[in-house]
Ligand binder design. Structure first.
Ligand SMILES: *Cc1c(COP(=O)(O)O)cnc(C)c1O
Length: 387
């Protein structure tokens, strides 16, 4: 059954009778909560997830957000944390001890890569990256001590997909926990829990909040797993979201569905324009009709979103830089998923002596602007490099 998104965004978790029936919830800007008597305090200590006792454990404003995101992901339970990276680190750490092994997808988000290749080895944990376009690569990389299959589908720059259901099936046969970074798709477009995934993490900094004004992360999964993470990594590492920031995300999510609709439509128009442009060599977009993984995309996602990359047909670094410098309506910035359109060109990282990153890729994040304004802007930037 289709989800009642209006209910999730407008009603779920609000309990307005607790705050004068105010339509917009209060920001409970408090670190702790007082008790009437000893027995109430004892009860609160018995489970800090159930009772508001101290804001690191449970804050009523954050709680409203927590309930909404769990429902959106079709998850039994969820946690809100202070960033997408915190969501990734806490959930990965929760499954590991010294001597364990992780299989993760090639070219994940840069700080996920750091976690896998630098931080985990410090604690005697090994991690192998695999080409995730073939699920069998996860099986081949598996060892007796493998505890996690980590996915990011699509990934952050070239948008390769992993067949989530097949990879989760291999994991289940072998008692391995699956974790997926679902930031690109959002639960509106892809629901990994329904495909058999154990833990879903998000940078809710992107489409959930949608206004480029807050950094926030989500962990969603079963009651059992989320409870374990809460009582261990979540409470000890303490990377919580402030009530004020939680309020911003609740407010951002009121329009998440219509923002996504608009962004997806605009992106399809822009991809169509770019696919016909002579200075575009390749388009990396999961729902581009010529994408090599279009069938898999259609199988596990409802659509693409507003993030994709293009490979420019340019001969020099200068031309690539000139294209990006010529765009006026796209802001030159990291991150994505906000109301504003952005570009993140690879020429920023290009260093022929140090890395293999090409200089001719440009990642675009499409915002809420009039599609024609964005197309005109791209047109004039291409003109700058075709003369
Ligand atoms: C931005 C991003 C993250 C990190 O999220 P933060 O909220 O910035 O910590 C993780 N994964 C992906 C795919 C991202 O784009």
């Amino acid at each position: 059954m289709e989800q009642d998104l209006s209910f999730i965004f407008n009603e779920l978790g609000e309990e307005r009778e607790n705050y004068f029936n105010a339509v917009s919830p209060p920001i409970m800007q408090t670190s702790n909560f007082a008790f009437e008597n000893i027995s109430e305090m004892k009860m609160a200590f018995s489970d800090e997830r159930k009772h508001s006792c101290y804001t690191r454990g449970k804050n009523p404003t954050v709680e409203i957000l927590r309930k909404k995101v769990a429902a959106l992901e079709n998850a039994e339970d969820a946690l809100i944390v202070s960033s997408g990276c915190a969501a990734i680190s806490l959930s990965v750490l929760s499954c590991l001890k010294t001597g364990d092994h992780v299989v993760f997808v090639n070219n994940p988000y840069s700080w996920t890569n750091k976690l896998m290749t630098v931080i985990l080895p410090r604690f005697g944990i090994t991690a192998d990256a695999v080409d995730g376009t073939d699920p069998e690569n996860y099986r081949k990389a598996m060892k007796p001590n493998t505890k996690i299959f980590f996915m990011e589908s699509p990934n952050s720059y070239t948008f390769e997909l992993q067949d989530i259901e097949s990879i989760c099936n291999i994991a289940k046969e072998n008692n391995i926990t699956t974790i997926i970074d679902n930031s690109y798709a959002t639960p509106l477009v892809q629901k990994p829990i329904d495909l058999g995934c154990d833990i879903v993490v998000h940078s809710a900094t992107k489409y959930f909040s949608g206004h480029s004004d807050v950094v926030v992360g989500i962990i969603a999964g079963s009651h059992k797993k989320i409870d374990e993470i809460f009582h261990n990594e979540f409470m000890t590492i303490g990377s919580i979201l402030s009530p004020n920031d939680a309020w911003l995300v609740i407010r951002g999510m009121r329009t998440m569905e219509i923002r996504m609709e608009r962004i997806i439509k605009t992106t399809e128009k822009i991809v169509d324009f770019l696919s016909k442009h002579p200075l575009v060599d390749t388009i990396f977009y999961p729902f581009y009709e010529k994408s090599p993984q279009i069938d898999l995309a259609k199988k596990q996602m409802k659509s693409g979103t507003g993030l994709f990359s293009i490979k420019l047909k340019v001969d020099t670094l200068e031309q690539a830089e000139k294209f990006s410098n010529s765009l006026k309506r796209f802001l030159l910035a990291v991150s994505w998923g906000g109301y504003e359109s952005l570009i993140m060109p690879s020429c920023v990282f290009y260093d022929p002596n140090k890395n293999q990153i090409p200089y001719d890729l440009v990642r675009l994040s499409i915002g809420l602007e009039d599609p024609n304004v964005l197309i005109e802007d791209l047109k004039q930037a291409f003109e700058q490099i075709s003369i």
